[in-house]
Ligand binder design. Structure first.
Ligand SMILES: CCC[C@@H]1NC[C@@H](O)[C@H](O)[C@H]1C(=O)O
Length: 600
């Protein structure tokens, strides 16, 4: 678990310099890099943009599909003025694992391709000079790492991944790299929880530092007016006439934490924007500020042409423009934590998000669907290591994202095999160990696939609300048989109703692959008309069961997957194309959702 995951800021005590741009890059198929001294830097590679996945910049299949070790290298200057500061390199994400070297010295390694980590480079730096950072990355998949899959070796000796999941194994320095100079004594973390008292609110906080200097905390409103202050590493900020953060009606305060007893020359300052709001589950309702909400939105992917899985602010800005246009209010970070800037935008736009760890592919049948095996996933020699990494990434996810008002819930798995009795002890461990990680005690949940129903799933006691992924009209009862699909879905909902469902149910995946521009009257599968027929069918069912509190269609946009006879250059269930243009279904939802209140 990382010591600090605070997002970088620049002020009189801290600097944040992004090292984005072109780095040197090369593959290391024979894993010879360390033997050949690559950790000291190299100039015989190719130039590679950062942040970006490396895959789509190549024109040969071996490079695009490359699986194994790869290396990045670049120089960076450290001014003499930085002497006396703590120096870190913060990697927002390296997919799926990395070892960091500075000036030839190994600094640290990290496992997990979607969460940040910081390397303390203070001991390896040359001040007033250029320095060299080298990253040894690796993108192999296994059953003991997240996301789950296998790595095989073809008869020609090339390695190849077999993902147990339906998104392309884009790899590399997918997010920004930061050079940080920090005070030796500094803020490492902070927490916030909220109590609403009529028009007023209490912001309870804790601050973690690495020293004994006193701490002062203040809260300023959107106009910069300080509305509350408090002393100490734990305390409460009393806010009169609090302006609450609401769904699609956001309001952000600025929290300022100062370390040191002289406000004029603090030892450290950290600022962040927070939203005052509460989240509760009450019966089959999801409450924000004690008001029931209904989730309208999407499963998404960080996916776009050229940069692959890299965070691209241009794409993100477009996606939010589309989600606002269509009348959405929420999304799931399927199937991995997204770049922190996504959460900042969601905070500002008043979107709710379900924050998901990459515990995807924990189901051999899924692997079978993708050409894998058919055996129990929760019974194998890989489970011990997998569990260690799984809970470690849950801990870092919650540590990183716990202060975002947009975070509604934590999704701890996507479509795991919960029919298997062997799943129960694994789920118990994960839910027990994650219980107290979130100071705001937000709901913890996971998605249930088609096979995992109220009759077959063995782990329905664990989630705080249910997330259902259902595909009648596509993976079964497709085409003219869709009426059987609707009848079957209603049968299942009737069983949930009859069982006396006592928690909210949110549909987190449903839809149909659709080739943009393909039309037929009457419809056939893959046409835009058919996608609308499927989504209208789901809408009819959703409107008939009041325990259903959300509809998040799969997917916002078409996205890249592995090659296969069920994929046409990727997954085409998007409501928008991969270049973010509307299919007919976009206008269906624009009409359906904009008739409703923004938060219901
Ligand atoms: C039947 C499982 C459906 C599956 N669910 C997980 C997503 O990551 C996939 O993209 C989606 C699909 O196949 O479209």
């Amino acid at each position: 678990m990382e010591t600090s995951l605070l997002y970088p800021v620049t002020n009189d005590q801290r600097t944040d310099q992004k090292l984005d741009g072109l780095w040197q890059f090369k593959f290391d198929e024979m894993k010879q890099g360390v033997k050949d001294g690559w950790e000291t830097g190299f100039h015989d590679g190719v130039s590679m943009p950062v942040p970006a996945s490396f895959n789509d910049f190549f024109t040969d299949k071996e490079s695009r599909e490359y699986t194994g070790d790869f290396w990045y290298s670049r120089k960076f200057f450290v001014p003499s003025a930085a002497k006396g500061k703590a120096l870190f390199l913060r990697f927002d994400a390296v997919t799926h694992r990395a070892t960091i070297f500075v000036n030839g010295k190994e600094i640290r390694s990290h496992e997990g391709g979607f969460l940040p980590f910081a390397a303390d480079i203070s001991s390896a730096i040359h001040y007033g000079a250029e320095n060299t950072v080298v990253v040894k990355g690796n993108n192999e998949l296994s059953r003991e790492a997240l996301p789950a899959g296998d790595t095989i070796t073809l008869r020609n000796g090339k390695k190849m991944v077999r993902p147990f999941f339906d998104f392309y194994n884009y790899s590399g320095l997918n997010r920004s790299v930061h050079l940080l100079t920090l005070p030796q004594e500094r803020v490492l973390d902070y927490t916030t929880t909220f109590e609403l008292n009529g028009q007023d609110a209490t912001v309870n906080y804790t601050v973690t530092t690495n020293g004994d200097a006193p701490v002062t905390v203040s809260l300023a409103d959107a106009d910069g007016q300080v509305v509350a202050t408090a002393q100490g590493k734990e305390g409460a900020l009393q806010v009169k006439n609090a302006h609450l953060w609401q769904v699609r009606n956001a309001y952000l305060y600025t929290l300022t934490i100062q370390v040191g007893d002289d406000a004029q020359t603090p030892v450290d300052t950290y600022t962040d924007r927070i939203g005052i709001r509460t989240i509760k589950i009450s019966g089959t309702n999801i409450l924000v500020n004690d008001k029931p909400i209904y989730l309208k939105g999407f499963g998404r992917h960080e996916d776009s042409p050229f940069a692959g899985r890299a965070f691209d602010l241009n794409v993100e800005k477009k996606d939010f423009a589309l989600m606002k246009w269509i009348g959405a209010n929420s999304f799931r970070t399927s199937h991995y934590p997204y770049d922190e800037q996504v959460y900042k935008i969601a905070d500002e736009e008043g979107f709710l998000l379900t924050d998901e760890v990459p515990a995807v592919g924990f189901k051999m049948a899924a692997a079978a669907f993708l050409g894998g095996l058919n055996q129990s996933f929760f019974k194998g020699p890989w489970l011990k290591k997998l569990h260690e990494r799984h809970i470690d990434q849950i801990r870092d996810l919650i540590k990183r994202d716990k202060n975002h008002p947009s975070v509604l819930a934590w999704s701890l798995f996507n479509e795991p095999d919960t029919i298997d009795e062997n799943a129960v002890p694994y789920f118990k461990q994960i839910f027990d160990e994650s219980k107290d990680l979130d100071p705001q005690s937000r709901p913890r949940t996971f998605t249930l696939s088609e096979d995992d129903t109220i009759e077959t799933s063995k782990v329905l006691d664990f989630p705080d609300f249910y997330m259902l992924n259902r595909y009648p009209g596509w993976y079964h009862f497709g085409g003219y048989q869709i009426s059987d699909g609707e009848a079957g879905l209603r049968d299942e909902m009737d069983k949930w109703q009859k069982a006396g469902v006592t928690k909210p149910v949110v549909f987190t995946e449903f839809g149909a692959d659709t080739e943009a521009g393909l039309h037929k009257l009457p419809s056939v599968m893959w046409t835009e008309e058919y996608q609308v027929e499927v989504l209208k069918m789901f809408s009819r069912v959703f409107d008939d069961y009041d325990f259903i509190k959300g509809e998040q269609v799969w997917n916002l946009a078409d996205f890249q997957t592995v090659e296969g006879n069920m994929r046409v250059n990727g997954n085409k269930k998007g409501i928008f194309t991969r270049d973010r243009q509307p299919k007919e279904a976009a206008f269906f939802y624009h009409d359906r959702w904009n008739k409703l209140p923004l938060d219901y």
